[in-house]
Design a protein around this ligand. Structure first.
Ligand SMILES: [Zn+2]
Length: 230
């Protein structure tokens, strides 16, 4: 296995794999991290495999552009937490520590530790917000669940079960608060009628800004990957 790159802007790193089982030269682009793997049979010289990749450069670059830009979370990278970009740095102690624009993560399984920390922080902030809004609304909720949902930021069942995407902790606080107020307002109005929006306005205040923020920037919050790419 060797490391090469297609020159150009930007250069495209190639991972070369010599394989006894491969019948021909092939290219594969990982949907997970955009890695380009060039596989070639044992009998084929590396230079021939590389020239194959050069011929396919336009095809490779086209596919890389279509891919949503994914950011794998790790030391040296940045991640927004409560709307502020934080640099992920190694921590000395045994705990994840959020300090200013840095977040310290102890060595080993950094992404998993960071995800666990963010979920705890999301639970803390969402519980606080939901308690406040439920008190203003005058209706209690039954439970609060966190998930990693792509389709929705929150939901509310007829039995008062609130569900939220823990990725809301990456968004500015007023956005997390708006989603909390939105779901809590469903405890009174299980629809999106004018009466529902009046409740949101009553318990939260003007909500158009954070609502628009989610529509415009929500997809950004899904770019961050916490599992180790294989
Ligand atoms: Zn709703």
């Amino acid at each position: 296995m060797g490391r090469h790159a297609l020159p150009g802007t930007p250069p495209v790193p190639l991972t070369l794999r010599k394989s006894a089982r491969a019948r021909r030269i092939s290219l594969r682009i990982s949907q997970l991290d955009g890695r380009v793997t060039l596989t070639y049979p044992t009998g084929v010289p590396e230079t021939e495999a590389l020239s194959f990749a050069h011929q396919k450069e336009a095809w490779i670059r086209g596919h890389l552009q279509e891919r949503p830009e994914v950011e794998t979370v790790g030391i040296g990278h940045s991640i927004p937490i409560e709307g502020i970009a934080r640099r992920i740095v190694p921590a000395q102690g045994r705990r994840v520590l959020l300090q200013g624009d840095e977040i310290g993560v102890p060595a080993g399984a950094e992404a998993r530790r960071l995800a666990r920390f963010l979920k705890e922080l999301a639970r803390d902030r969402l519980t606080g917000a939901c308690d406040d809004y439920a008190a203003i609304l005058g209706r209690p909720y039954h439970s609060l669940t966190l998930r990693d949902t792509r389709s929705r930021w929150g939901s509310c069942t007829s039995t008062g079960g609130l569900m939220f995407s823990w990725r809301l902790i990456l968004a500015p606080p007023e956005v997390l608060h708006y989603v909390a107020a939105h779901e809590v307002a469903h405890l009174a109005e299980m629809n999106h009628s004018p009466a529902f929006w009046a409740q949101v306005e009553r318990i939260f205040g003007p909500y158009k800004g954070p609502r628009r923020w989610l529509r415009d920037n929500g997809a950004e919050l899904h770019r961050y990957r916490f599992e180790v790419a294989s």
